[in-house]
Write a new protein. Structure first.
Length: 225
């Protein structure tokens, strides 16, 4: 246990100030989405920069079919805007089984807080929250995240599981395995955070995310450039 806590401390302290700087040479991150081992869609992130400003756009599209009929479908688009390491705004629109969800977030400089209008939550939020998108490894260092689809705020606990070797698209990676879970375990299971995350320190990328909810899901890093 002591060894695990030390490893967590080293990881967090060595990366706590390494935010957008880790992505300054990345223009695109491509994740494939699998359900029960079948490729069903994608989650892409694109990076554009102008001076101290970075714009990260997010595209996600997947569909689940049963006997040829689509039973679950998600299509969404989002934009995160940063000035240096500070999130300035986030906007997203998502169509989930014909139901519209959205987030409009802005940084309120006077209050030093985020103002959120979302399909699940509207109000203020601490600037220590992070948008829960899989491009940003800072999600492993945060106590809370904001849903990129609905704007809801979720407290989380991140636990270091151990160092592992995984194979992905024909390559072997040495990674750190983490467990990300909701702090409030009394939440309904379908509202609870419960993810396994594999992080590659060398590239500062999350390589794989898995969870179980109406099937076994995986987000796998296919390419970045």
């Amino acid at each position: 246990m002591k060894k695990i806590l030390i490893l967590i401390f080293i990881l967090f302290c060595s990366n706590v100030h390494a935010h957008m700087d880790h992505y300054k040479k990345i223009n695109k991150i491509e994740l494939d989405i699998f359900r029960n081992g079948e490729l069903i869609g994608y989650n892409y992130y694109f990076f554009k920069r102008k001076g101290d400003e970075t714009l990260v756009t997010n595209q996600i599209n997947f569909s689940v079919k049963l006997l040829g009929a689509t039973i679950f479908q998600v299509e969404g688009y989002g934009e995160e805007r940063y000035i240096k390491d500070q999130l300035i705004s986030y906007n997203s629109k998502t169509l989930q089984n014909d139901k519209e969800k959205f987030v409009n977030l802005v940084f309120n400089k006077d209050k030093n807080k985020f103002d959120i209008k979302g399909s699940s939550y509207s109000g203020e939020a601490s600037i220590h929250n992070i948008i829960g998108n899989w491009w940003n490894h800072k999600i492993l260092q945060s106590n809370t995240q904001i849903s990129p689809i609905s704007g809801s705020i979720k407290e989380q606990i991140v636990t270091f599981v151990g160092k592992e070797k995984i194979e992905q698209y024909g390559k072997i990676y040495e990674v750190d395995h983490f467990k990300l879970e909701s702090k409030d375990m009394s939440l309904p299971k379908d509202k609870r955070l419960d993810f396994d995350i594999w992080f590659d320190k060398k590239s500062s990328n999350i390589l794989r995310v898995s969870y179980s909810r109406m099937g076994n899901w995986e987000y796998r890093l296919k390419n970045f450039e």
